[in-house]
Design a protein around this ligand. Structure first.
Ligand code: F6R
Length: 609
């Protein structure tokens, strides 16, 4: 949540800061701003709305200065208005912030009592005033920042400018990610590698408690005890150049269509293609001794975990739990000594998942993260990390990252199953063969996008819907409903088809659209019974199934709409049935005219609790 960029250079910085913010917009886009120091003054331009509004302002207002900070915001304290946009400034200090100051109210009241006037509703402004008050009391810039860190509670990364140190950019990390990128005659700060990769080929991650003092030709880092420390400088190896939309209208559409390619890439990293067996990098565990697997994640990544539960249970014979990170981290579930905890996250920065990871490590669990962003905090904090190789996912609604997470989860489940003797070599080969068929199967579904477009036209005025499925199709249903909610703002719920009669059936009425997801597998007939219950109440069914499923549906064939996919099995079904749901959500959103890549109130990386 929220993106920070900063630059101290020998050249003008504002246009580069704006470019850097464009790379961070996925973290939040309700307002943005840039501040510089120029001519012994802090200058600032801010705007409500996404970056195009700031860009428009900067086309007309010049913002000179060779040092500056920028921010793109996802609102926590204070509504998305210009007055709450960062940077927050006083006459001596400018601050950009990612995170939450938990004792904001208490600090704000103290400051108000001391006569401070606030101009925003944000917790960040509190920080700005506290630093200013320490400067006014005679402390130097560094000590003022340190003293402020002692006053605030919560998670934060700050970029700070201080007027009486006009050549120094200060970077502070206390729970939220922040890194430094160096280039010739200039140094940057940024919330992630992606924002820095356009300017620097190396990156230095700050650790919690660090304050970095950065000039255009050098920087120093001090840890929580004020000792000067050397943090490892890493090269930015991966090409993370901003993906272009190409022929696609939105990143989401591009990312949906990329799935055959990125899934194939992900598979090639975990499968020996010649031998048709797994080829998982060696991990620091003896999988044959694992007694419990816990999958922890948020949002779509959590649904990927729920789908994978089936694979882990069937292939490994060990007990499997799937947990929502924000709930799990505050419970005190007993943890067994040989438990393996797997954290699933596209960004690798989701605050709740990260906190759950730290909690599990402190409880002696073996930890593996499954991430897309390879140098993310989760990747660094876990004992081992498996990348999903989806490539940069820019659309806020997760699509290709979700299916690539499934690839790695399936491979890991098969790996543990063969390691503990639950799966034979033949079974491994059979499942690997199925995995390798997925790019082709989902390409076949993508080829039928026109049918989905027609369906979307029929459904463009819906205000509510249910997605129903059994077994793995239940989390597939929840993921489908989440996609629709997120980008088209249509109310949708994913529900276990068999559970519908225990409550949601009361919602059924004439023509209410219901998505039924029913591959012809062992649960097909049960799901179809539920479909009959829906039809009996005059609701309107859209059935996602295969040829055999359609053939077996019987007399009601003409009363329902159908979308057919290829025949699937336990491995391929969740992938193949996810695709039509992504496309339906996308095309309904298109017809509704919503902002598909930047839906309201959301952010790509949720780094607050
Ligand atoms: C939904 C979506 C979110 C994320 C969730 C977790 O389309 O993208 O629900 O899945 O915020 O994010 P990560 O996977 O980065 O931990």
């Amino acid at each position: 949540m929220c993106g920070i960029i900063g630059l101290v250079s020998k050249r003008e910085v504002s246009s580069t800061l704006l470019e850097g913010l464009k790379r961070l917009e996925y973290r939040g886009y309700d307002s943005s701003g840039i501040a510089t120091i120029n001519n012994k003054k802090i200058e600032r331009v801010r705007s409500k709305g996404n970056l195009s509004f700031l860009e428009e302002k900067l086309a007309n207002i010049s913002l000179p200065g060779k040092i500056g900070i920028g921010h793109t915001r996802w609102a926590t304290h204070g509504s998305p208005e210009e007055k709450n946009a960062h940077p927050h400034i006083t006459n001596k200090v400018a601050v950009v912030h990612n995170g939450i100051i938990e004792n904001n109210n208490q600090l704000r009241n103290q400051l108000i009592e001391a006569g401070v006037k606030f101009s925003s509703d944000t917790d960040t402004e509190v920080v700005c005033h506290i630093i200013t008050s320490y400067i006014n009391s005679g402390l130097n810039a560094y000590d003022s920042i340190r003293a402020t860190m002692n006053d605030v509670k919560g998670s934060y990364a700050f970029g700070v400018l201080i007027l009486n140190e006009p050549d120094k950019l200060f970077a502070v990390r206390g729970g939220s990610p922040l890194a430094i990128g160096s280039a010739r005659n200039e140094n940057f700060i940024g919330s992630d590698t992606y924002s820095l990769s356009a300017y620097s080929d190396n990156i230095t991650y700050l650790k919690d408690g660090d304050v970095a003092v950065i000039e255009n030709d050098s920087f120093r880092v001090f840890d929580y005890s004020n000792s000067s420390v050397k943090r490892e400088k890493q090269s930015i190896i991966e090409s993370v150049s901003l993906s272009e939309k190409g022929i696609f209208k939105h990143f989401m559409s591009k990312e949906i269509h990329e799935q055959p390619e990125v899934i194939a890439k992900s598979l090639s990293n975990y499968i020996d293609m010649d031998k048709g067996v797994l080829n998982i990098p060696s991990l620091p565990y003896d999988f044959s001794t694992i007694t419990n697997v816990t999958l922890v994640a948020c949002g779509s990544s959590y649904y990927a975990g729920l789908i994978a539960r089936d694979w882990f249970e069937k292939f490994t014979n060990v007990k499997v739990d799937v947990e929502i990170a924000s709930e799990f981290r505050y419970r005190e579930p007993p943890m067994v000594s040989n438990g393996l905890t797997i954290f699933i996250s596209q960004s690798g920065e989701t605050a709740d998942t990260l906190a759950a990871l730290k909690h599990c490590k402190s409880r002696g669990q073996k930890t593996i993260s499954i991430v897309n962003v390879g140098d993310s905090s989760m990747c660094r904090d876990s004992d081992a990390s498996l990348k999903i190789y989806a490539g940069p996912e820019i659309g806020v609604a997760s699509t290709k990252a979700f299916t690539c997470q499934l690839v790695v989860l399936a491979c890991l489940a098969i790996k543990i199953g063969t390691s503990n003797g639950s799966l034979s070599k033949e079974q491994e080969k059979e499942y690997v063969k199925s995995l390798l068929s997925i790019p082709r199967l989902i390409s076949n579904t993508l080829d039928k996008e026109d049918e989905i477009i027609d369906l979307a036209h029929d459904l463009s005025n819906i205000t509510t819907t249910l997605y129903l499925g059994r077994g793995q199709m239940y989390p597939v249903a929840m993921e489908g409903a989440l996609k629709l909610k997120e980008i088209s703002y249509v109310h949708a719920e994913g529900y276990p088809a068999g559970e519908m009669k225990h409550g949601p059936i009361a919602l059924l009425e004439k023509d209410l659209p219901i998505f039924m997801i029913a591959p012809s597998n062992s649960l097909y007939e049960k799901t179809v019974s539920n479909l009959y219950e829906v039809i009996a109440r005059d609701a309107s069914v859209i059935l996602l199934t295969d040829n055999e499923g359609l053939h077996n549906i019987g007399l009601i064939k003409n009363k329902i709409k159908t979308f057919l996919v290829d025949e699937t099995d336990i491995i391929s079904a969740p992938f193949v049935y996810t695709l039509p749901n992504q496309l339906i959500a996308y095309h309904i959103a298109l017809l509704k005219g919503t902002d598909v890549d930047q839906p309201r109130n959301l952010a790509k990386s949720v780094t607050v609790e």
